[in-house]
Ligand binder design. Sequence first.
Ligand SMILES: [Zn+2]
Length: 175
Amino acid sequence: MADPSRLRALDLDALARGAGQVGGRLDPADLPRLWSDLDVSGPPPQAVDWQARLQWRHGTGQSPQLWLDLSARAQLPLTCQRCMAPVVHALEIERSFRFVESEEVAQAEDDDCEEDLLAHQDRFDLLTLIEDELLLSLPLVALHDRCPHPLVSPSPQPDDRVHPFAALAGLKKAD
Ligand SMILES: [Zn+2]
C-alpha cells in the first residue's frame, strides 16, 4: 500500500490539470480516528478502496468551479451491541464537493446550496476528508441481523418466566 501521508497534502490544481483522478487502497490502521471505532478482536480489517476525481465544471454564466467526487468502499468490523462480537459493516460512499476560495465563503454559502462545500487549499488534506466520510457512514449502533453466538444472558422465555409474586413467596418461605 502506498504511503498515505502524501494524501495529507494533495496539490489540487496540479491534479485537476493532470490526470484528474487519484485512488487506491487505505489500511484502516492508517486512519486512527476510524481505527478506534473498529472491533479489531477478530480478523484484521480489510483495506478501504477509494477514488477521488477532480474536475473543473462550467456553469452557465459562472466562472469554472472545481469539484471533487469521492467514492469509497469498505467492509469494517464493528462491535455488535447485542452480543458484543465483531460484525462486519459494508459501506459505500458517493459524495460530491465543490471547492470555494475560503472557509468563510464555505460557511456563508453552505446553507444556500445542496452540495457540500470545501475550502480550497494549496495543499489539501484528502486523507482527513476520506476518514471523516467513513466515520459519518458508520451506523450509530452496529448489530448483527442474527447474532452468531448465544447471548450471555438470554431473555426469559414465557415458560420459565418467574412471576414476581412467586419470587416474593419464595423469599417468605425462607424466613
Ligand atoms: Zn451480534
